[in-house]
Design a protein around this ligand. Sequence first.
Ligand SMILES: [Zn+2]
Length: 644
Amino acid sequence: MAEFEKTLSAIPLKDLKIDDSFWNERLRLVTEEMIPYQLDSLCDRVPGAPPSRCVRNLRIAAGLEEGRFEGFVFQDTDLAKWLEAVAYSLSFKPDRELERTADEMIDLVIKAQRENGYLNSYFSTLYPGRQFCNLKEGHELYTAGHFIEAAVAYYNVTGKDRFLKAMCRFADLICQVFHTPEYEDAVPGHEEIELALMRLYEATGRERYRRMAYDFVNRRGTTDYLSRESSLPRFIDVWHDRNPYIPEYGQAQAPVREQKTVEGHAVRALYLLSAMADLAGSYRDRGLLDACERLYENVTQRRMYITGGVGSSGTLERFTADFDLPNDSAYAESCASAALAMFCKRMARVTGEARYMDTAELALYNTVLAGTAMDGKSFFYVNPLEVVPGFHKPATDKAHVEPRRRKWFGCACCPPNIARTIASLGEYVLFRGEDELRLNLFIGGIYRTRLGDTDVVVNVRSVFPQEGVVNVRIWARGPMKGRFLIRVPEYAESTSFTVNDEPAKPEYCRGYAALELSGEKVEIDFSFEMRPKLVYADPRVTADAGKAAVKRGPLVYCLEEADNGPGLSALAIDPEEPLTEEFELSLLSGCVRVEALGTRDTWEAGLYSTRPPDKRPCRLRFVPYCFWGNRRPGEMTVWVRLKC
Ligand SMILES: [Zn+2]
Protein backbone atom coordinates (compact mmCIF):
# COMPACT_ATOMS: atom_id res chain seq x y z
CA MET A 1 0.00 0.00 0.00
CA ALA A 2 1.43 3.35 -1.02
CA GLU A 3 2.03 6.20 1.37
CA PHE A 4 1.14 9.81 0.65
CA GLU A 5 4.09 11.85 -0.57
CA LYS A 6 2.86 15.20 0.53
CA THR A 7 5.06 17.74 -1.10
CA LEU A 8 5.85 16.69 -4.67
CA SER A 9 4.99 19.09 -7.47
CA ALA A 10 5.84 19.46 -11.14
CA ILE A 11 8.12 22.28 -12.25
CA PRO A 12 5.93 24.96 -13.91
CA LEU A 13 6.41 24.93 -17.67
CA LYS A 14 7.47 28.57 -17.69
CA ASP A 15 10.47 27.59 -15.55
CA LEU A 16 11.83 24.92 -17.87
CA LYS A 17 12.95 24.44 -21.42
CA ILE A 18 13.27 21.02 -22.96
CA ASP A 19 16.35 20.54 -25.13
CA ASP A 20 16.54 16.90 -26.06
CA SER A 21 17.85 14.92 -29.00
CA PHE A 22 14.68 12.84 -29.28
CA TRP A 23 11.94 15.27 -28.27
CA ASN A 24 13.16 18.51 -29.90
CA GLU A 25 11.87 17.32 -33.24
CA ARG A 26 8.51 16.28 -31.75
CA LEU A 27 8.15 19.65 -30.02
CA ARG A 28 9.10 21.42 -33.24
CA LEU A 29 6.32 19.50 -34.97
CA VAL A 30 3.85 20.70 -32.36
CA THR A 31 4.78 24.36 -32.82
CA GLU A 32 5.54 24.44 -36.53
CA GLU A 33 3.16 21.85 -37.94
CA MET A 34 0.44 20.65 -35.59
CA ILE A 35 -0.64 23.98 -34.09
CA PRO A 36 -0.89 25.88 -37.42
CA TYR A 37 -2.36 22.84 -39.19
CA GLN A 38 -4.91 22.22 -36.46
CA LEU A 39 -5.97 25.87 -36.46
CA ASP A 40 -6.52 25.62 -40.21
CA SER A 41 -8.58 22.48 -39.60
CA LEU A 42 -10.68 24.14 -36.90
CA CYS A 43 -11.28 27.06 -39.30
CA ASP A 44 -12.15 24.72 -42.21
CA ARG A 45 -9.14 25.75 -44.28
CA VAL A 46 -7.62 22.32 -45.07
CA PRO A 47 -8.51 21.16 -48.57
CA GLY A 48 -9.62 17.54 -48.64
CA ALA A 49 -10.07 17.23 -44.86
CA PRO A 50 -13.54 16.91 -43.34
CA PRO A 51 -14.69 20.36 -42.18
CA SER A 52 -14.52 20.87 -38.44
CA ARG A 53 -16.93 23.84 -38.15
CA CYS A 54 -15.54 24.31 -34.64
CA VAL A 55 -14.65 28.01 -34.94
CA ARG A 56 -17.69 28.71 -37.10
CA ASN A 57 -19.99 27.23 -34.44
CA LEU A 58 -18.52 29.55 -31.83
CA ARG A 59 -18.89 32.52 -34.19
CA ILE A 60 -22.57 31.65 -34.61
CA ALA A 61 -22.94 31.36 -30.81
CA ALA A 62 -21.20 34.75 -30.43
CA GLY A 63 -23.62 36.35 -32.91
CA LEU A 64 -20.84 37.09 -35.40
CA GLU A 65 -22.12 34.80 -38.13
CA GLU A 66 -25.44 33.41 -39.30
CA GLY A 67 -25.89 29.70 -39.70
CA ARG A 68 -26.66 26.46 -37.95
CA PHE A 69 -24.37 24.49 -35.63
CA GLU A 70 -22.64 21.54 -37.31
CA GLY A 71 -20.60 18.72 -35.84
CA PHE A 72 -20.64 16.82 -32.58
CA VAL A 73 -22.08 18.17 -29.34
CA PHE A 74 -18.51 18.44 -28.03
CA GLN A 75 -17.10 20.19 -31.11
CA ASP A 76 -16.00 23.19 -28.97
CA THR A 77 -13.44 21.01 -27.18
CA ASP A 78 -11.21 20.87 -30.24
CA LEU A 79 -10.56 24.59 -29.95
CA ALA A 80 -10.16 24.31 -26.17
CA LYS A 81 -7.47 21.64 -26.54
CA TRP A 82 -5.82 23.66 -29.29
CA LEU A 83 -5.67 26.69 -26.97
CA GLU A 84 -4.21 24.52 -24.24
CA ALA A 85 -1.54 23.21 -26.62
CA VAL A 86 -0.79 26.80 -27.69
CA ALA A 87 -0.35 27.83 -24.06
CA TYR A 88 2.21 25.08 -23.48
CA SER A 89 4.01 25.81 -26.74
CA LEU A 90 4.35 29.49 -25.79
CA SER A 91 6.24 28.32 -22.69
CA PHE A 92 9.08 26.94 -24.78
CA LYS A 93 8.70 28.92 -27.97
CA PRO A 94 7.38 32.44 -27.45
CA ASP A 95 5.55 33.57 -30.58
CA ARG A 96 3.78 36.96 -30.55
CA GLU A 97 1.81 36.24 -33.70
CA LEU A 98 0.53 32.91 -32.32
CA GLU A 99 -0.28 34.52 -28.99
CA ARG A 100 -2.24 37.23 -30.80
CA THR A 101 -4.22 34.55 -32.68
CA ALA A 102 -4.84 32.71 -29.41
CA ASP A 103 -6.03 35.96 -27.81
CA GLU A 104 -8.46 36.42 -30.71
CA MET A 105 -9.77 32.89 -30.22
CA ILE A 106 -10.15 33.57 -26.51
CA ASP A 107 -12.10 36.75 -27.35
CA LEU A 108 -14.36 34.64 -29.54
CA VAL A 109 -14.87 32.09 -26.76
CA ILE A 110 -15.75 34.84 -24.28
CA LYS A 111 -18.16 36.44 -26.78
CA ALA A 112 -19.86 33.06 -27.17
CA GLN A 113 -20.29 32.82 -23.42
CA ARG A 114 -23.74 33.60 -22.01
CA GLU A 115 -24.43 36.29 -19.45
CA ASN A 116 -24.53 33.75 -16.61
CA GLY A 117 -21.14 32.27 -17.53
CA TYR A 118 -22.49 29.27 -19.46
CA LEU A 119 -20.50 28.33 -22.55
CA ASN A 120 -21.40 25.74 -25.18
CA SER A 121 -22.00 26.57 -28.82
CA TYR A 122 -24.18 23.52 -29.41
CA PHE A 123 -26.78 24.24 -26.75
CA SER A 124 -26.51 28.04 -27.04
CA THR A 125 -27.35 28.01 -30.75
CA LEU A 126 -29.77 25.10 -30.99
CA TYR A 127 -31.47 25.39 -27.58
CA PRO A 128 -31.04 29.03 -26.50
CA GLY A 129 -31.51 29.52 -22.77
CA ARG A 130 -31.35 25.80 -21.97
CA GLN A 131 -28.48 24.27 -20.04
CA PHE A 132 -27.51 20.97 -18.41
CA CYS A 133 -30.52 19.20 -19.91
CA ASN A 134 -28.71 16.03 -20.98
CA LEU A 135 -25.67 15.21 -18.89
CA LYS A 136 -25.61 11.67 -20.21
CA GLU A 137 -24.87 12.61 -23.81
CA GLY A 138 -24.66 16.40 -24.02
CA HIS A 139 -21.00 16.65 -22.96
CA GLU A 140 -21.55 20.14 -21.51
CA LEU A 141 -19.45 19.45 -18.42
CA TYR A 142 -16.80 17.67 -20.50
CA THR A 143 -16.61 20.69 -22.79
CA ALA A 144 -16.51 23.01 -19.78
CA GLY A 145 -13.60 20.99 -18.41
CA HIS A 146 -11.55 21.43 -21.55
CA PHE A 147 -12.17 25.17 -21.63
CA ILE A 148 -11.18 25.39 -17.96
CA GLU A 149 -8.00 23.39 -18.55
CA ALA A 150 -7.11 25.67 -21.46
CA ALA A 151 -7.74 28.80 -19.38
CA VAL A 152 -5.58 27.54 -16.51
CA ALA A 153 -2.77 26.62 -18.92
CA TYR A 154 -2.96 30.00 -20.66
CA TYR A 155 -2.89 31.84 -17.35
CA ASN A 156 0.00 29.77 -15.97
CA VAL A 157 2.17 30.41 -19.02
CA THR A 158 1.24 33.93 -20.13
CA GLY A 159 0.05 35.44 -16.84
CA LYS A 160 -3.03 36.81 -18.66
CA ASP A 161 -6.14 36.21 -16.59
CA ARG A 162 -8.99 37.25 -18.90
CA PHE A 163 -9.72 33.69 -20.06
CA LEU A 164 -9.24 32.34 -16.53
CA LYS A 165 -11.71 34.84 -15.07
CA ALA A 166 -14.26 33.99 -17.77
CA MET A 167 -13.93 30.29 -17.02
CA CYS A 168 -14.16 30.95 -13.27
CA ARG A 169 -17.58 32.48 -14.00
CA PHE A 170 -18.52 29.26 -15.80
CA ALA A 171 -17.12 27.13 -12.97
CA ASP A 172 -19.01 29.25 -10.43
CA LEU A 173 -22.23 28.58 -12.36
CA ILE A 174 -21.48 24.84 -12.31
CA CYS A 175 -20.75 24.88 -8.56
CA GLN A 176 -24.03 26.71 -7.98
CA VAL A 177 -26.27 24.64 -10.28
CA PHE A 178 -24.89 21.27 -9.19
CA HIS A 179 -25.57 22.01 -5.55
CA THR A 180 -29.24 22.91 -6.09
CA PRO A 181 -31.82 20.26 -5.02
CA GLU A 182 -32.71 19.31 -8.59
CA TYR A 183 -29.07 18.55 -9.44
CA GLU A 184 -27.74 17.42 -6.08
CA ASP A 185 -27.22 13.84 -7.25
CA ALA A 186 -26.28 14.70 -10.85
CA VAL A 187 -23.01 13.46 -12.33
CA PRO A 188 -21.27 14.28 -15.60
CA GLY A 189 -21.77 11.76 -18.41
CA HIS A 190 -18.23 12.13 -19.75
CA GLU A 191 -15.69 12.84 -17.02
CA GLU A 192 -13.19 15.68 -17.47
CA ILE A 193 -14.74 18.51 -15.44
CA GLU A 194 -13.49 16.88 -12.23
CA LEU A 195 -9.80 17.07 -13.11
CA ALA A 196 -10.31 20.52 -14.67
CA LEU A 197 -11.89 21.85 -11.47
CA MET A 198 -8.89 20.53 -9.56
CA ARG A 199 -6.60 22.46 -11.88
CA LEU A 200 -8.73 25.56 -11.39
CA TYR A 201 -8.56 25.04 -7.64
CA GLU A 202 -4.77 24.82 -7.82
CA ALA A 203 -4.62 28.00 -9.92
CA THR A 204 -7.03 30.05 -7.78
CA GLY A 205 -7.03 28.41 -4.34
CA ARG A 206 -10.85 28.54 -4.31
CA GLU A 207 -12.13 25.65 -2.23
CA ARG A 208 -15.52 25.53 -3.99
CA TYR A 209 -13.91 24.15 -7.16
CA ARG A 210 -12.14 21.37 -5.28
CA ARG A 211 -15.32 20.56 -3.38
CA MET A 212 -17.36 20.37 -6.60
CA ALA A 213 -14.81 17.96 -8.11
CA TYR A 214 -14.94 15.88 -4.92
CA ASP A 215 -18.74 15.82 -4.95
CA PHE A 216 -18.89 14.75 -8.61
CA VAL A 217 -16.40 11.93 -7.94
CA ASN A 218 -18.17 10.78 -4.76
CA ARG A 219 -21.61 10.85 -6.40
CA ARG A 220 -20.58 8.54 -9.25
CA GLY A 221 -21.98 5.06 -8.80
CA THR A 222 -24.22 6.12 -5.90
CA THR A 223 -27.05 7.72 -7.88
CA ASP A 224 -29.35 6.74 -10.74
CA TYR A 225 -29.44 10.29 -12.12
CA LEU A 226 -28.15 9.36 -15.58
CA SER A 227 -30.55 6.39 -15.87
CA ARG A 228 -33.61 8.47 -15.03
CA GLU A 229 -32.50 11.70 -16.71
CA SER A 230 -34.37 11.01 -19.95
CA SER A 231 -37.68 11.03 -18.04
CA LEU A 232 -37.08 14.49 -16.55
CA PRO A 233 -39.12 17.36 -18.09
CA ARG A 234 -35.95 19.32 -18.87
CA PHE A 235 -34.33 16.50 -20.88
CA ILE A 236 -33.25 17.30 -24.45
CA ASP A 237 -32.60 14.27 -26.61
CA VAL A 238 -29.37 15.12 -28.43
CA TRP A 239 -27.97 11.74 -29.39
CA HIS A 240 -31.20 9.86 -30.12
CA ASP A 241 -29.78 6.75 -28.50
CA ARG A 242 -32.63 4.36 -27.81
CA ASN A 243 -30.43 1.97 -25.82
CA PRO A 244 -30.80 2.03 -22.05
CA TYR A 245 -28.01 3.74 -20.15
CA ILE A 246 -25.27 1.29 -19.14
CA PRO A 247 -23.85 2.45 -15.78
CA GLU A 248 -20.60 0.54 -16.40
CA TYR A 249 -19.99 2.56 -19.57
CA GLY A 250 -19.74 5.71 -17.44
CA GLN A 251 -17.83 4.12 -14.52
CA ALA A 252 -21.01 4.16 -12.43
CA GLN A 253 -21.37 0.43 -11.78
CA ALA A 254 -20.43 0.97 -8.12
CA PRO A 255 -19.21 3.85 -5.94
CA VAL A 256 -15.73 4.73 -7.19
CA ARG A 257 -14.10 3.72 -3.90
CA GLU A 258 -15.48 0.20 -4.24
CA GLN A 259 -14.62 -0.45 -7.87
CA LYS A 260 -12.27 -3.36 -8.49
CA THR A 261 -11.90 -3.24 -12.26
CA VAL A 262 -11.63 -0.39 -14.73
CA GLU A 263 -14.73 -0.41 -16.86
CA GLY A 264 -16.42 1.35 -19.70
CA HIS A 265 -15.23 4.11 -22.00
CA ALA A 266 -11.46 4.25 -21.62
CA VAL A 267 -10.92 8.01 -21.89
CA ARG A 268 -13.72 8.70 -19.40
CA ALA A 269 -12.31 6.12 -16.99
CA LEU A 270 -8.81 7.58 -17.07
CA TYR A 271 -9.96 11.19 -16.77
CA LEU A 272 -11.97 10.09 -13.73
CA LEU A 273 -8.93 8.31 -12.29
CA SER A 274 -6.82 11.43 -12.89
CA ALA A 275 -9.24 13.48 -10.81
CA MET A 276 -9.42 10.75 -8.16
CA ALA A 277 -5.62 10.81 -7.86
CA ASP A 278 -5.62 14.61 -7.53
CA LEU A 279 -8.35 14.52 -4.91
CA ALA A 280 -6.73 11.63 -3.02
CA GLY A 281 -3.56 13.68 -2.71
CA SER A 282 -5.28 16.96 -2.01
CA TYR A 283 -7.64 15.70 0.72
CA ARG A 284 -5.28 12.90 1.79
CA ASP A 285 -8.17 10.56 1.19
CA ARG A 286 -6.97 7.02 1.81
CA GLY A 287 -10.08 5.39 0.31
CA LEU A 288 -9.65 7.22 -2.99
CA LEU A 289 -5.94 6.44 -3.13
CA ASP A 290 -6.60 2.74 -2.49
CA ALA A 291 -9.13 2.73 -5.32
CA CYS A 292 -6.65 4.45 -7.65
CA GLU A 293 -3.97 1.88 -6.85
CA ARG A 294 -6.32 -1.04 -7.29
CA LEU A 295 -7.61 0.25 -10.62
CA TYR A 296 -4.09 1.08 -11.81
CA GLU A 297 -3.11 -2.54 -11.11
CA ASN A 298 -6.14 -3.80 -12.98
CA VAL A 299 -5.34 -1.66 -16.03
CA THR A 300 -1.63 -2.33 -16.22
CA GLN A 301 -1.63 -6.01 -15.24
CA ARG A 302 -4.71 -7.15 -17.15
CA ARG A 303 -6.12 -4.62 -19.60
CA MET A 304 -3.28 -2.69 -21.24
CA TYR A 305 -1.51 -3.39 -24.50
CA ILE A 306 2.26 -3.69 -24.44
CA THR A 307 2.27 -0.30 -26.21
CA GLY A 308 0.45 1.46 -23.36
CA GLY A 309 -2.75 1.40 -25.41
CA VAL A 310 -5.98 0.96 -23.44
CA GLY A 311 -9.64 0.35 -24.24
CA SER A 312 -9.50 -2.64 -26.55
CA SER A 313 -13.02 -2.54 -28.00
CA GLY A 314 -14.14 -0.42 -30.93
CA THR A 315 -17.71 -0.82 -29.69
CA LEU A 316 -18.23 2.01 -27.19
CA GLU A 317 -14.45 2.67 -27.11
CA ARG A 318 -14.25 0.68 -23.95
CA PHE A 319 -12.43 -1.66 -21.65
CA THR A 320 -13.82 -5.18 -22.00
CA ALA A 321 -12.53 -8.05 -19.85
CA ASP A 322 -9.22 -9.00 -18.28
CA PHE A 323 -6.74 -10.25 -20.91
CA ASP A 324 -9.03 -9.40 -23.85
CA LEU A 325 -6.44 -7.58 -25.95
CA PRO A 326 -6.99 -8.35 -29.63
CA ASN A 327 -4.27 -6.89 -31.84
CA ASP A 328 -5.98 -6.54 -35.21
CA SER A 329 -9.23 -5.02 -33.94
CA ALA A 330 -7.65 -3.02 -31.11
CA TYR A 331 -9.21 0.35 -30.46
CA ALA A 332 -6.58 1.83 -28.10
CA GLU A 333 -7.57 5.43 -28.77
CA SER A 334 -4.73 7.97 -28.77
CA CYS A 335 -6.68 10.06 -26.24
CA ALA A 336 -6.89 7.09 -23.87
CA SER A 337 -3.11 6.71 -23.74
CA ALA A 338 -2.72 10.46 -23.22
CA ALA A 339 -5.19 10.12 -20.33
CA LEU A 340 -3.29 7.12 -18.95
CA ALA A 341 -0.11 9.22 -18.90
CA MET A 342 -2.00 12.02 -17.14
CA PHE A 343 -3.28 9.61 -14.46
CA CYS A 344 0.15 8.07 -13.92
CA LYS A 345 1.83 11.47 -13.62
CA ARG A 346 -0.60 12.33 -10.83
CA MET A 347 -0.10 9.00 -9.07
CA ALA A 348 3.68 9.43 -9.16
CA ARG A 349 3.26 12.86 -7.61
CA VAL A 350 0.85 11.71 -4.91
CA THR A 351 2.71 8.52 -3.91
CA GLY A 352 6.32 9.19 -4.91
CA GLU A 353 6.46 5.78 -6.59
CA ALA A 354 8.46 5.46 -9.79
CA ARG A 355 6.44 2.60 -11.27
CA TYR A 356 3.71 5.01 -12.31
CA MET A 357 6.23 6.84 -14.44
CA ASP A 358 7.21 3.56 -16.11
CA THR A 359 3.63 3.39 -17.39
CA ALA A 360 3.45 7.10 -18.27
CA GLU A 361 6.68 6.72 -20.26
CA LEU A 362 5.35 3.63 -22.03
CA ALA A 363 2.18 5.43 -23.10
CA LEU A 364 4.02 8.59 -24.18
CA TYR A 365 6.83 6.93 -26.14
CA ASN A 366 4.61 4.44 -27.93
CA THR A 367 0.89 5.06 -28.43
CA VAL A 368 0.81 8.84 -27.96
CA LEU A 369 3.71 9.27 -30.38
CA ALA A 370 2.30 6.76 -32.87
CA GLY A 371 -0.87 8.86 -32.93
CA THR A 372 0.81 11.43 -35.13
CA ALA A 373 2.76 11.12 -38.37
CA MET A 374 6.40 12.14 -38.49
CA ASP A 375 5.40 15.25 -40.44
CA GLY A 376 2.79 16.18 -37.79
CA LYS A 377 0.04 16.44 -40.39
CA SER A 378 -1.91 13.23 -40.08
CA PHE A 379 -3.15 11.27 -37.11
CA PHE A 380 -4.32 7.95 -35.78
CA TYR A 381 -7.44 7.85 -33.66
CA VAL A 382 -7.12 4.08 -33.25
CA ASN A 383 -3.83 2.32 -32.55
CA PRO A 384 -3.89 -1.33 -33.62
CA LEU A 385 -0.96 -3.67 -33.02
CA GLU A 386 -1.54 -5.61 -36.21
CA VAL A 387 -2.66 -4.34 -39.58
CA VAL A 388 -3.29 -6.02 -42.92
CA PRO A 389 -4.52 -3.41 -45.39
CA GLY A 390 -7.79 -4.55 -46.91
CA PHE A 391 -9.01 -6.34 -43.80
CA HIS A 392 -10.76 -3.23 -42.54
CA LYS A 393 -14.06 -3.40 -44.29
CA PRO A 394 -16.89 -1.10 -43.26
CA ALA A 395 -19.47 -2.69 -40.94
CA THR A 396 -17.03 -5.24 -39.52
CA ASP A 397 -15.35 -5.41 -36.13
CA LYS A 398 -12.22 -3.94 -37.72
CA ALA A 399 -13.97 -1.07 -39.49
CA HIS A 400 -12.35 1.45 -37.13
CA VAL A 401 -8.79 0.25 -37.85
CA GLU A 402 -6.90 2.20 -40.47
CA PRO A 403 -3.56 1.42 -42.11
CA ARG A 404 -2.87 5.11 -42.78
CA ARG A 405 -3.14 8.17 -40.61
CA ARG A 406 -5.90 10.59 -41.54
CA LYS A 407 -5.66 14.31 -42.14
CA TRP A 408 -8.53 15.01 -39.76
CA PHE A 409 -11.60 13.41 -38.23
CA GLY A 410 -15.25 14.35 -37.92
CA CYS A 411 -14.76 13.52 -34.24
CA ALA A 412 -11.33 15.10 -33.86
CA CYS A 413 -10.60 14.60 -30.17
CA CYS A 414 -7.23 12.94 -30.73
CA PRO A 415 -5.08 15.36 -32.80
CA PRO A 416 -5.31 18.31 -30.37
CA ASN A 417 -5.06 15.94 -27.41
CA ILE A 418 -1.78 14.57 -28.76
CA ALA A 419 -0.55 18.13 -29.36
CA ARG A 420 -1.35 19.29 -25.82
CA THR A 421 0.15 16.13 -24.30
CA ILE A 422 3.46 16.45 -26.14
CA ALA A 423 3.59 20.20 -25.54
CA SER A 424 3.14 19.66 -21.79
CA LEU A 425 5.85 16.99 -21.61
CA GLY A 426 7.95 19.18 -19.32
CA GLU A 427 5.44 18.57 -16.52
CA TYR A 428 6.45 14.92 -16.42
CA VAL A 429 10.21 15.23 -16.30
CA LEU A 430 11.24 16.65 -12.94
CA PHE A 431 9.35 16.86 -9.64
CA ARG A 432 10.29 19.07 -6.76
CA GLY A 433 9.85 18.02 -3.12
CA GLU A 434 10.57 19.75 0.16
CA ASP A 435 14.29 18.98 0.13
CA GLU A 436 14.60 16.87 -2.97
CA LEU A 437 14.35 16.82 -6.73
CA ARG A 438 13.39 13.75 -8.68
CA LEU A 439 14.03 12.96 -12.31
CA ASN A 440 11.18 10.88 -13.72
CA LEU A 441 11.92 10.85 -17.44
CA PHE A 442 15.28 11.07 -19.18
CA ILE A 443 14.49 14.15 -21.18
CA GLY A 444 17.15 16.80 -21.62
CA GLY A 445 16.56 20.43 -20.77
CA ILE A 446 17.09 23.27 -18.34
CA TYR A 447 14.88 23.21 -15.26
CA ARG A 448 14.84 26.18 -12.85
CA THR A 449 13.49 25.40 -9.42
CA ARG A 450 14.25 25.42 -5.70
CA LEU A 451 15.82 22.92 -3.38
CA GLY A 452 14.71 23.84 0.10
CA ASP A 453 15.35 27.60 0.25
CA THR A 454 17.99 27.57 -2.47
CA ASP A 455 17.44 28.49 -6.13
CA VAL A 456 18.85 25.79 -8.38
CA VAL A 457 19.26 25.21 -12.08
CA VAL A 458 19.20 21.60 -13.26
CA ASN A 459 20.64 20.86 -16.68
CA VAL A 460 19.73 17.38 -17.92
CA ARG A 461 21.46 15.97 -20.98
CA SER A 462 20.69 12.58 -22.44
CA VAL A 463 20.75 10.58 -25.63
CA PHE A 464 17.76 8.56 -24.53
CA PRO A 465 16.04 6.49 -25.89
CA GLN A 466 18.89 5.71 -28.29
CA GLU A 467 21.17 5.01 -25.31
CA GLY A 468 20.85 4.84 -21.55
CA VAL A 469 23.16 7.75 -20.80
CA VAL A 470 21.99 10.63 -18.62
CA ASN A 471 24.05 13.54 -17.33
CA VAL A 472 22.67 15.94 -14.73
CA ARG A 473 24.38 19.16 -13.63
CA ILE A 474 22.93 21.11 -10.76
CA TRP A 475 24.00 24.64 -9.90
CA ALA A 476 22.82 26.37 -6.76
CA ARG A 477 22.94 29.90 -5.40
CA GLY A 478 24.48 28.76 -2.15
CA PRO A 479 25.22 25.42 -0.52
CA MET A 480 22.73 22.71 -1.40
CA LYS A 481 21.23 20.38 1.17
CA GLY A 482 18.96 17.63 0.00
CA ARG A 483 18.70 14.69 -2.36
CA PHE A 484 18.46 14.09 -6.08
CA LEU A 485 16.42 11.05 -7.02
CA ILE A 486 16.58 9.36 -10.40
CA ARG A 487 13.98 6.89 -11.58
CA VAL A 488 15.53 3.50 -12.31
CA PRO A 489 13.27 1.94 -14.93
CA GLU A 490 12.56 -1.77 -15.00
CA TYR A 491 14.43 -2.15 -18.31
CA ALA A 492 17.71 -0.61 -17.06
CA GLU A 493 20.56 -3.12 -16.65
CA SER A 494 24.11 -2.70 -15.35
CA THR A 495 23.25 0.67 -13.87
CA SER A 496 26.07 2.91 -12.71
CA PHE A 497 26.12 6.26 -10.97
CA THR A 498 28.84 8.81 -10.46
CA VAL A 499 28.68 12.03 -8.50
CA ASN A 500 31.31 14.60 -9.48
CA ASP A 501 33.13 11.83 -11.36
CA GLU A 502 33.34 9.59 -8.29
CA PRO A 503 31.47 6.27 -8.29
CA ALA A 504 28.40 6.59 -6.09
CA LYS A 505 26.19 4.08 -4.34
CA PRO A 506 22.65 5.42 -4.20
CA GLU A 507 19.99 4.43 -1.75
CA TYR A 508 16.99 2.91 -3.47
CA CYS A 509 13.59 4.22 -2.58
CA ARG A 510 10.30 3.30 -4.31
CA GLY A 511 11.91 2.82 -7.70
CA TYR A 512 14.20 5.85 -7.46
CA ALA A 513 17.94 5.95 -6.77
CA ALA A 514 18.61 8.69 -4.21
CA LEU A 515 21.88 10.64 -4.10
CA GLU A 516 22.86 13.22 -1.50
CA LEU A 517 23.54 16.74 -2.75
CA SER A 518 26.05 19.12 -1.22
CA GLY A 519 28.08 22.11 -2.34
CA GLU A 520 27.08 24.64 -4.97
CA LYS A 521 27.64 22.49 -8.02
CA VAL A 522 27.02 18.80 -8.50
CA GLU A 523 27.35 16.64 -11.58
CA ILE A 524 25.64 13.27 -11.70
CA ASP A 525 26.07 10.64 -14.38
CA PHE A 526 23.64 7.78 -14.68
CA SER A 527 24.20 5.12 -17.28
CA PHE A 528 22.56 1.82 -17.95
CA GLU A 529 22.34 -0.85 -20.59
CA MET A 530 19.16 -1.12 -22.57
CA ARG A 531 19.39 -4.17 -24.77
CA PRO A 532 16.56 -5.23 -27.06
CA LYS A 533 14.56 -8.02 -25.43
CA LEU A 534 11.82 -10.42 -26.35
CA VAL A 535 8.71 -9.94 -24.25
CA TYR A 536 6.03 -12.56 -23.77
CA ALA A 537 2.44 -12.09 -22.67
CA ASP A 538 0.44 -13.89 -19.99
CA PRO A 539 -0.99 -16.87 -21.94
CA ARG A 540 -4.48 -15.77 -20.94
CA VAL A 541 -4.04 -13.02 -23.55
CA THR A 542 -5.25 -15.34 -26.29
CA ALA A 543 -4.19 -12.96 -29.06
CA ASP A 544 -0.53 -13.14 -28.00
CA ALA A 545 -0.23 -16.82 -27.01
CA GLY A 546 2.78 -18.44 -28.67
CA LYS A 547 4.10 -15.05 -29.75
CA ALA A 548 6.73 -12.55 -28.65
CA ALA A 549 7.23 -8.82 -29.05
CA VAL A 550 10.49 -6.87 -29.18
CA LYS A 551 11.12 -4.06 -26.73
CA ARG A 552 14.19 -1.90 -26.21
CA GLY A 553 14.01 0.43 -23.25
CA PRO A 554 10.59 2.06 -23.34
CA LEU A 555 10.19 1.55 -27.08
CA VAL A 556 8.07 -1.31 -28.36
CA TYR A 557 9.09 -2.50 -31.82
CA CYS A 558 7.11 -3.77 -34.77
CA LEU A 559 7.59 -5.46 -38.12
CA GLU A 560 6.55 -3.50 -41.18
CA GLU A 561 6.03 -4.64 -44.73
CA ALA A 562 8.44 -1.92 -45.88
CA ASP A 563 11.34 -3.83 -44.23
CA ASN A 564 10.12 -7.43 -44.39
CA GLY A 565 7.93 -7.75 -47.48
CA PRO A 566 4.29 -8.79 -47.42
CA GLY A 567 2.93 -11.73 -45.42
CA LEU A 568 4.16 -10.83 -41.91
CA SER A 569 2.04 -13.62 -40.43
CA ALA A 570 4.31 -16.12 -42.22
CA LEU A 571 7.27 -14.96 -40.14
CA ALA A 572 8.43 -16.61 -36.92
CA ILE A 573 11.14 -15.41 -34.59
CA ASP A 574 13.82 -17.69 -33.13
CA PRO A 575 14.03 -16.95 -29.38
CA GLU A 576 17.34 -18.81 -29.11
CA GLU A 577 19.14 -16.38 -31.42
CA PRO A 578 20.38 -13.04 -30.08
CA LEU A 579 18.74 -9.80 -31.13
CA THR A 580 21.05 -7.27 -32.72
CA GLU A 581 20.68 -3.51 -32.78
CA GLU A 582 22.07 -0.74 -34.89
CA PHE A 583 21.47 2.99 -35.06
CA GLU A 584 20.57 4.00 -38.61
CA LEU A 585 20.60 7.68 -39.41
CA SER A 586 18.64 7.26 -42.62
CA LEU A 587 15.90 5.10 -41.11
CA LEU A 588 12.78 7.06 -40.08
CA SER A 589 14.77 10.21 -39.31
CA GLY A 590 17.33 8.23 -37.33
CA CYS A 591 16.49 5.36 -35.01
CA VAL A 592 17.79 2.09 -33.63
CA ARG A 593 16.78 -0.85 -35.81
CA VAL A 594 16.56 -4.28 -34.18
CA GLU A 595 17.11 -7.47 -36.13
CA ALA A 596 16.32 -11.08 -35.28
CA LEU A 597 16.72 -14.45 -36.94
CA GLY A 598 13.77 -16.65 -37.70
CA THR A 599 11.89 -18.38 -40.45
CA ARG A 600 9.34 -17.61 -43.10
CA ASP A 601 6.64 -20.14 -43.99
CA THR A 602 6.32 -20.90 -47.65
CA TRP A 603 2.97 -22.09 -48.86
CA GLU A 604 1.85 -23.31 -52.20
CA ALA A 605 -1.26 -25.29 -51.23
CA GLY A 606 -4.85 -24.03 -51.25
CA LEU A 607 -6.58 -22.43 -48.30
CA TYR A 608 -6.06 -25.55 -46.17
CA SER A 609 -3.67 -28.45 -46.46
CA THR A 610 -2.64 -31.50 -44.43
CA ARG A 611 0.96 -30.71 -45.30
CA PRO A 612 2.67 -28.26 -42.94
CA PRO A 613 4.36 -25.24 -44.48
CA ASP A 614 8.01 -25.34 -45.48
CA LYS A 615 10.18 -22.98 -43.51
CA ARG A 616 13.16 -21.09 -44.75
CA PRO A 617 15.54 -19.09 -42.61
CA CYS A 618 15.19 -15.35 -42.75
CA ARG A 619 16.06 -12.13 -40.98
CA LEU A 620 13.34 -10.10 -39.26
CA ARG A 621 13.76 -6.33 -39.19
CA PHE A 622 12.02 -4.34 -36.48
CA VAL A 623 11.45 -0.59 -36.18
CA PRO A 624 9.98 1.42 -33.29
CA TYR A 625 6.18 1.14 -33.16
CA CYS A 626 5.88 4.90 -32.59
CA PHE A 627 7.17 5.47 -36.13
CA TRP A 628 5.09 2.86 -37.97
CA GLY A 629 3.03 3.86 -40.97
CA ASN A 630 5.36 6.62 -42.10
CA ARG A 631 6.46 4.94 -45.30
CA ARG A 632 4.33 3.30 -47.96
CA PRO A 633 1.17 1.74 -46.53
CA GLY A 634 1.49 -1.92 -45.74
CA GLU A 635 1.24 -4.61 -43.12
CA MET A 636 2.42 -4.11 -39.56
CA THR A 637 2.57 -6.35 -36.53
CA VAL A 638 3.93 -6.02 -33.00
CA TRP A 639 3.51 -9.64 -31.91
CA VAL A 640 5.36 -12.31 -33.88
CA ARG A 641 4.98 -16.08 -33.73
CA LEU A 642 7.74 -17.99 -31.98
CA LYS A 643 9.70 -20.44 -34.10
CA CYS A 644 9.03 -23.95 -32.85
ZN1 LIG B 1 -9.50 10.82 -29.13
